[in-house]
Design a protein around this ligand. Structure first.
Ligand code: KG4
Ligand code: ZN
Length: 342
């Protein structure tokens, strides 16, 4: 069975072909360069770029997988959550394609696709850390999961992005902070570990962002003047200070994510942890999960690096599993920009 998946929920135009659980092609056209000058994703630019590129990306995915349209059995697409105008492009194209090919169209929840990206059989505790969401989930069986906790404010990736913006590094912030942190001391600045000791499974990163901002201001020894009301911290921090700040910030975020996941696995007596989403690209996070899971005797499944950030491979893979389980879509459905994973 051949599945063609389309993902356009944010700023990646991606199309993948999946056959029997194997990704034959997974083309990702990233728009990062278009948005980085604005310090974040501009929705209208994103949707226009999807519109410009989506047909070429579909053709490239088919070419790379060496298949023709006629061989496609199922079309899958991200229905939400995401930017409305971006979702509309992918869903419209997918619907047209399914109609033309007379094949089923399966709508996919973007976060559910991230959740099932690691190659692991349930039961497991899953941490999904992306730019828009932070979810801790107890997966009992495929398609049968319980959301234990989520972020009460900023998502983990969003926290990286905002901290990077505060210090004057570009968008997306996660990779920029990780790069600077490589030369830094993670214990240089004792940032708080928010919600680490709370009794529930939720997260909160906005307080950490405030602590980061305060520390930046306290290190500004240059006097403000009218000509330079807003100095970039990069203009007054030393290279080592930037590295130490990034390393300390990264260590605070990662410690909370790792420890809460480990604690949840212990509490629910599950000995497997899966991690996915854009922030799972972070090498420090991967190492810390690896270290703690070894200590606890848990097995760990990290999403493949090329499947961590947004891609259509994860959409097509989940659609295939759903289709095999007999899940098909109703004939009349709309995008769901605020779709909550239940
Ligand atoms: O899953 P994703 O591609 O998109 C969403 O569904 O949101 O995640 C993007 C997020 C961004 O916030 C980005 O800063 C973060 O993942 N990210 C990272 C790294 N690479 C991407 N965060 C920390 N370290 C990284 N290396
Ligand atoms: Zn995502």
């Amino acid at each position: 069975m051949l599945i063609l998946g389309i993902e356009t929920s944010c700023d990646e135009t991606s199309v993948a072909i999946v056959k029997n659980g194997r990704i034959l092609s997974n083309i990702i056209s990233s728009q990062i360069d278009l948005h980085s000058v604005y310090g974040g994703v501009v929705p209208e630019i994103a949707s226009r770029q999807h519109l410009k590129l989506v047909d070429q990306v579909i053709l490239q995915a088919c070419q790379k997988a060496e298949i023709t349209f006629k061989e496609i059995d199922v079309v899958a697409v991200t229905r939400g959550p995401g930017l409305p105008s971006s979702l509309l492009v992918g869903v419209s194209v997918a619907r047209g394609l399914a109609l033309r090919l007379d094949k089923p169209l399966i709508p996919i929840h973007h976060m559910e696709a991230h959740l099932y990206t690691p190659k692991i059989d349930p039961p497991f505790v899953a941490l999904v850390v992306s730019g828009g969401h932070t979810l801790l989930v107890h997966v009992l069986d495929f398609g049968e999961h319980r959301i234990l906790g989520q972020t009460l404010d900023d998502a983990a990736g969003e926290a990286f992005d905002k901290a990077a913006k505060l210090i004057g590094l570009g968008y997306p912030g996660g990779p920029a902070i990780e790069l600077k942190a490589k030369e830094g001391n993670p214990r240089a600045y004792p940032f708080p570990r928010p919600m680490l000791d709370s009794l529930d499974w939720n997260f909160s990163f906005s307080g950490l962002k405030t602590a980061f901002r305060r520390t930046l201001s306290s290190l500004n020894t240059k006097l403000h003047n009218e000509d330079h009301p807003k100095q970039s911290p990069l203009s007054y921090l030393t290279v080592q200070q930037v590295a130490d700040l990034c390393a300390s910030f990264q260590a605070a975020v990662v410690e909370v994510l790792v420890e809460k996941s480990v604690r949840a696995a212990k509490r629910f007596q599950v000995h497997q942890i899966a991690v996915s989403g854009g922030v799972c690209c972070n090498e420090f996070l991967r190492q810390q999960f690896d270290r703690r899971c070894r200590e606890e005797g848990f097995s760990l499944s990290l999403a493949d690096r090329n499947l961590c950030t947004d891609n259509a491979g994860m959409i097509a893979l989940l659609a295939e599993r759903k289709f095999e389980k007999g899940v098909t879509a109703s004939s009349c459905w709309d995008i769901e920009p605020d779709w909550i994973l239940k």
